[in-house]
Design a protein around this ligand. Structure first.
Ligand SMILES: [Zn+2]
Length: 256
């Protein structure tokens, strides 16, 4: 499924879209058992063959999956997730031994390239999961998991079963959650001015699939529409600590 890469710039997929520079991630000593504490690779490919890149940072028991840009017209979500990788790579080994964070900055690379909510086949990937309320149609896919991008998210969760999931979106400007994630959401809300909201269990959404039906806490972190105009460092200033709070709950987030 995956092909690990060598030490890597953190932002391969985004260089075509954003102007900030790539810097090599700092490599640190491994985790117990000779497991590398940082791994980057390809979780899958889009319909048009673009790689869906992931980074694993840490090897602890608390496993968080964070992804951005499942909707390709939400580019600030990808920028925030990409910046998160660079920040997590700065944390000490002690933190990495407690936490295992999997980050997929761009879950829908074909859509991001053309700023389309859907993937290149016109399918809304966040309606393509096998939920009880799923709707088979040309917009959501004629069957569940018809798209390689949604399959990739399922596969990465089999490799790294998450205790919690943070799905970064725009533009609704609130913190939504599904499943047992109210405490995590409240912890995140302490560090940003986005309010908590309840958007409901959308048909075929990842929130419904993971949170409502499998009881895995999942936070849908909706940024603002105008965040597209900001630099990644500015986006991090607005939302970074909230994302970190979601990753580290019930512990307080580190300063980054
Ligand atoms: Zn979205």
């Amino acid at each position: 499924m995956r092909s690990p890469k060598r030490a890597v710039p953190a932002c391969l997929a985004l260089t075509i879209l954003f102007t900030y520079g790539c810097s090599p991630l700092p490599q640190k000593a491994g985790c117990p058992g000779n497991i590398p504490s940082l791994e980057q690779g390809i979780a899958g490919h889009s319909h048009n063959g673009r790689p869906i890149e992931y980074t694993r940072i840490g090897c602890g028991k608390r496993t968080t999956l964070v992804y951005g840009a499942i909707h390709g017209n939400e580019p600030a979500s990808a920028a925030l997730a990409e910046y998160l990788i660079e920040k997590l790579a700065l944390l000490p080994e002690s933190w990495r031994h407690q936490n295992r964070t999997i980050v997929i900055p761009v879950a829908n690379p074909d859509g991001l390239l053309i700023r389309s909510r859907a993937n290149s086949r016109g399918i809304d990937l966040n309606r393509n999961f096998p939920t009880r309320n799923r709707i088979d149609n040309l917009q959501f896919g004629m069957r569940a998991l018809s798209e390689p991008e949604s399959q990739t998210l399922i596969n990465i969760k089999k490799t790294y079963p998450p205790d919690r999931i943070i799905s970064i979106h725009q533009p609704l400007a609130c913190i939504d959650y599904d499943g047992p994630a109210v405490q995590i959401s409240r912890a995140m809300a302490l560090h940003t001015d986005l309010p908590i909201c309840r958007l409901g269990a959308r048909p075929g959404s990842h929130g419904t699939y993971a949170g409502v039906e499998r009881h895995i806490p999942i936070v849908t972190f909706e940024m603002r529409p105008e965040d597209d105009l900001l630099k990644p460092s500015q986006i991090w200033t607005l939302y970074g600590k909230a994302i970190m709070a979601g990753i580290t709950y019930p512990q307080a987030p580190p300063d980054l």
